[in-house]
Design a protein around this ligand. Structure first.
Ligand code: HEM
Length: 297
């Protein structure tokens, strides 16, 4: 197709029939001319910007895999965060079926996130050593996308926003997510609206404070599990949430394994003791009463 024939608006709302006619005119061949504009793909995906952000700092053959894997994870943390907020809002609107549907997307994000470690698990200590110094004090610990995703799921810790105080926009965004109800807060309120005995100070609290597991919430889940026929949808929601917590645990456990393989007992670039610190962090479980209830069923 000639450039003159191309309507260069970024968004072309063609009907299926118009597309078929156009494909017939070009003999089924792709559009190759876009005049002076970016292609519509590039202008939508912004791949011109995205693919200009891989600023490798060494000639190490392993650094591209490290940086790109990290960037992919950052994007996935962002997507996970967006999806989790959608689930939370659907639960607040009592649209549990739609929330369960959206949770499938969260699971897909998580499964991809865990798979990304495959790019980094082959790193030997020497490979990592070729570019580690370039990180300076930089560490995934300082990923604000990861913190937003954790806060949105329910692991609130105001201290984790502090490293970002120097970037007002990011810090403000993190504090906003910190002070809103998390997905798990929404789940607990949903239990209350479904007639389960949830204490008032669980259903309405200072959302920025860390969530502390409560025996009353465990008891509510116990009722859901023991009366599965009565609470079918809540039971399905419970097990889907455990899937999410389980997959998050897998991401953390795989991170720990990769770090142990690459770094051994050395401290991290972010200032921690390294694997010992990560091992403790990996013990955290989202939706704690859904784990503890298993011991009383
Ligand atoms: C060879 C690769 C990696 C090594 C050796 C490594 C090492 C570490 C270490 C030692 C810590 C503890 C904090 C510190 O002192 O730095 C940490 C934390 C963390 N890393 Fe990595 N890391 C690697 C790859 C990644 C990647 C690709 C990501 C993705 C963004 C990532 C995300 C995180 C996050 C989110 C934390 C904080 C965990 C928490 O607070 O529970 N790491 N990493």
């Amino acid at each position: 197709m000639a450039a003159s024939e191309y309507r260069s608006s970024a968004y072309q709302a063609l009907t299926d029939r118009e597309r078929a006619e156009r494909a017939a005119r070009s003999g089924g061949e792709p559009i190759l001319e876009f005049g002076d504009s970016l292609t519509p793909f590039v202008s939508y995906v912004r791949s011109d910007v995205l693919l200009s952000l891989q600023n490798f700092r060494t000639k190490s053959p392993s650094e591209p895999a490290f940086l790109i894997a990290t960037q992919v994870m950052e994007l996935m943390f962002k997507l996970g965060h967006i999806e989790v907020l959608q689930v939370r809002d659907l639960l607040d609107a009592d649209e549990i079926d739609a929330a369960l549907w959206a949770l499938r997307r969260v699971r897909s994000v998580q499964s991809l996130l865990t798979d990304v470690w495959e790019l980094l698990s082959p790193l030997s200590p020497a490979d990592y050593g070729e570019f580690r110094d370039q990180l300076g004090d930089g560490s995934g610990f300082q990923s604000f996308a990861y913190r937003q995703w954790e806060f949105a799921l329910g692991n609130k810790n105001a201290a984790m926003a502090r490293p970002h105080a120097g970037d007002r926009a990011t810090h403000g965004e993190l504090l906003r997510v910190l002070s809103e109800p998390s997905l798990y807060d929404a789940v607990i309120r949903l239990l209350g609206r479904n007639g389960l005995p949830i204490p008032a100070d669980c259903a309405d609290r200072d959302w920025a404070q860390p969530y502390r597991a409560r025996p009353e919430v465990e008891q509510a889940w116990r009722q859901v599990y023991q009366e599965r026929d009565r609470y079918q949808v809540l039971h399905r929601l419970a097990e889907t949430l455990v899937d999410v917590a389980y997959e998050f645990g897998k991401w953390r456990a795989t991170h720990l394994l990769v770090v142990e393989r690459v770094l051994g007992s050395k401290p991290g670039t972010g200032g921690t003791s390294g694997v010992d610190w990560l091992r403790r962090a990996a013990e955290h479980r989202f939706f704690p009463e859904l784990w503890s209830v298993r011991g009383v069923l």
